[in-house]
Design a protein around this ligand. Sequence first.
Ligand SMILES: *Cc1c(COP(=O)(O)O)cnc(C)c1O
Length: 531
Amino acid sequence: MTGFRRETSDILRELDALRAADAPTHGGHVLSYVYDSGLDELDELAGRAARRVQPVNGLDPTTFGSVAAMERDVVGFARRVLGGADDGDGADGLGGFGGAPSAQREVVVGSVTSGGTESCLLAVKTARDAWRAARIGSPRMPRIVAPVTVHAAFHKAAHYFGLELDLVPVDPATGTLAPSAIEERLGDDVALVVVSAPSYPFASLDPVADVAAITAARGIWLHVDACIGGFALAFWPDALPAWDFSVPGVTSISADLHKYGYAPKGASVLLTRGRDRQRRQYFATTGWPGYPVVNPTMTGSKPAGPLAAAWAIIEALGTEGFRDLTAQAARATAELRSAIDGIEGLRVVGEPTGPLLAVAADEEAPVASRVDPHHWADAARSAGWQLQLQPGLVQSDGSRLPHTTHLTVTPVTEQVLPGLIGALVAAADEVRGIPQIDGRAALAGLVAALPGEFGGALAAGDPEELAAFAASIDADSAAGVLAAAGLLGGEGALPDQLAPVLALVEALPGPLTERLLVELLARVVEPPAAG
Ligand SMILES: *Cc1c(COP(=O)(O)O)cnc(C)c1O
């Protein structure tokens, strides 16, 4: 037998030490990224299920029948809870498309993917391929129409697959979308409209039924991105406007198993109404001398672990278990919301739907009692609670979406509510009256610290010149800019105060910020230079 170079216990001790420095994944102190059911046995079950299929290749469900069986079960569950199946028997999903004759029953089918981004990418690719197939020879670039609050995964999809992303402004105070704003943008070049249930930035539930009536009448596909909220809204204790496959005209839905499905990362579902729509999602080729390739998703070889974990969790919880966990998250969200409503100088943005919300400064409060949400998040972080800072954004109509702080609430949040609320109140008291950081001032400081050529481009402020500069800047120059801003040097650790970083993100032109952030992330995982 081959001997190991190191003791396994020693290797695992090293990993444990690395993990100890991570943000805590359990216990409700991190209010984004992690979705904690609070049930240790559920995590244990998921881990054991994943371990059982560790050597399996999910690429081929005909060779590994366990993959096919689990995927059928998971898709069947998702379709049932997302309004895509007759109750109970898992039969054909009902609801014709665009007022089609009732004889045209379109079954809802689906795939398990590696995550929300892959589900969203595939929804776009599939719609693009259908649009193209109907317009062979069209030189036009197809368009996606979506509210500006749509997840960045759709920016990525447009970029990867060659579509234009046409972002529709939302109400800057509440984040809500007017269906007429979507209608005005529709045309023959639109391959897909996307709405969210709810949106990540503001937790706004887009008006799915109204938009669906508009798109269906024109035969345009409508994707509902329920990546974050799908498996929570499906079990939400309060009545909600219809947003799932019960709405005719909804052609696909993405919902992440690794969010409110409580599965480990690497699992999401993409459901599509109609086999003929969904088959365009597949890629198949026999045009090489190897095995025939037939891939429903973007990966080739793929792990079965996240699927097995998600499957086991669904088997363990069932509808009742999901309902209980969702009720915990819903109660915690309502309590948090009323606590934040009671904090002078802050306001919850719009009408959040589901277990998440965004918080902005209350512009109606006197300046001296306003609370900047980014200073607030920094203060909460130093007390051990990690909230997520979101930058402000100027929409295409010139209106400005406020900068906010995001909170994702999970079932475990309910167990830590008194501590969390106390910390949020104390953090607000600590920073009340401290104005939002002026990014332009920070920018001026940065310009002054830079070598002339870069400072010149920044100071000029001309968008085209800056975009060209961002495109031309090399890796070492980008690192130099980051160092001048005090953002490079540590072992990938973020600075204690994130508000100044976000202020710079808001003030710098997009293409330059994006290039600098690429450099920052790339250097975080770069091995040290060979000595
Ligand atoms: C998380 C999320 C995504 C992307 O999902 P990943 O699993 O992070 O790839 C897409 N849309 C929404 C609304 C999300 O919250």
